[in-house]
Design a protein around this ligand. Sequence first.
Ligand code: SF4
Length: 613
Amino acid sequence: MYSYSGRILHIDLSSKETSVQTVSEEFLKKYLGGVGLASKLLYDNIKPGIDPLSPENVLTFSASAFGGTIVPVGTKHGIASKSPLTGFLGDSLSSSYWSQTIKRAGYDGIVIKGKSEDLIYLFIDDDDVHFKNAKHLAGLGCFETEEAIRDEIGDQNVRVCTIGLAGENLVKFACISNDRGRKAGRTGQGAVMGSKNLKAIALRGSKSINVANPEELSKKCFDLMKIAQGTPTEKYRILGTPANVLVMNRLATLPTKNFQAATWDKAELVSGEYLHEHYVEKTVACSGCPIACEHIAKVEDGPYKDARTKVEYESLFALGPCCGIDYMPAIIKACELCDFYGMDTMSTGVTVAWAMECYEKGIFTKKDTGGLDIKFGNHEPYIKLIEKIAKREGIGDLLAEGTKRASEKIGKGSKHFAMNVKGLECAGYDPRGLKTFALGCAVGTRGPCHNRSGAYEADIKGWTDRFTYDKEKGKYAAERENYAATFDSFVLCKFIRGCFEDYYKEASDLYTLTTGIEMTPDELKKTGERIWNLKKAFNIREGWTRKDDTLPPRIMKDPIPEGVAKGHLIKKKDLEFLKDAYYKARGWTKDGMIPKEKLVELGLDDIAKEVGV
Ligand code: SF4
């Protein structure tokens, strides 16, 4: 095999046993790697109905087919587990050196099940797996844990992924961090790792990664890298994703004060331009990336002096406008705290915003908040609240459950403005003014996600009128999901997508030149569809029904108050119309179930027997 090893490492933390499963080229071609392979390994190794935080849940890691090769932006890995936030399939991506080291250690994927009695970390050293005591690492921040483990092993080239205190405390939106700040952020993978008493996984690999056609691959990659350093990626290189703030504000899709508004008169103060001019000290890149979109910001003075971290649009929207915070140093500090404790910035910000609205409506009082005056925009109590969540201290214990569970517990009408779908907090594009994206948010297998859906592209690029309801939106949503599934499974960073003229042709060529496995553009399209159906099948097996594809009540009842999308909302009947169009475009039943024939057509015969109708 080229690039792949055909080996999946299984680790049982309860029995401390390990084994290696061999998989064929045919199997790997079907699921590629990343999210696709991680989801397949999850599907095959878990029983439906289990508690996500029980030893029966599994945590799967899958390398990229391109990881460690010359293919630019290909060094990422996928992680999947049953999500403690949604109860459905949780899948996340992270990148950089840890990703390629999975392959250098000789594996395409890792499956971890069971639960250790005490806090441990794993040291996977090529073919050897060591179960190491991690009691002394308890409570350490993510970066500190990486460094402590490298020092302990005595090798600065060991790569570590880890959880922080939030993961140890089972904060339901805890993440897994690697390479000083790369994160598998969404759906609570860090809580699953914490539930297994697994603080970290250290990797060392000495194997080489060979490709099938190095000469041709080098030529194609050289051309791609040249394009990737030009106009198509300019936005990411110059301002990074924070450039979106002012764009979203103009489009009236910038979620502000817990989605009470979609424009903000203070947007300039939290814009990518402002961040760049006043706080960005340098840009950095994931391994194997010619784009370098990561902008590291540092606060030089004031109450948050020396706070330093990278700031992305999604972190910025959630911890900035969504919480009414217009003081950039506080946002940088909040991002740094999320890095330290290992929490998803998006779910953290949207959950804090929900708490702020509860407070302003009198649902929470100072007695509930431990004396904190958590009005929108008050940055000092907001910073303290983030700490409380990670520590599960006072009101933080409730907020650590995420907006769905917290609002169910509190009641008093707070569910109306709990901004989640299926339990995952919303992304930074207000769906009321983006109807295709609204559909993507409702039907997403992991919840409302701009990364897995990409349906907003149809709205923003004008392929369809973003304010109308028409059947073509179903087709666009399905097509964007399949497209995203191929990127997330190869894995390729989506920030390179503008560099392809004919994505399916060029990407399938790259795959064939790398792995030696023939792949046509049509087969690649089918692979995206297969992976999406696999994830949907997982959810069906967990009890998904059509009513789970919905939107937060606020999106369906409260119109956007001002801006170019003023008056827009998504009424239930309009959402149901869009869902019908989407299920039809997918070839599913009116109830959103997958016909057996569709699963067989996609090569998912075993799954057809289990969940097909
Ligand atoms: S573009 Fe950014 S996120 Fe993507 S691989 Fe490069 S540095 Fe990483």
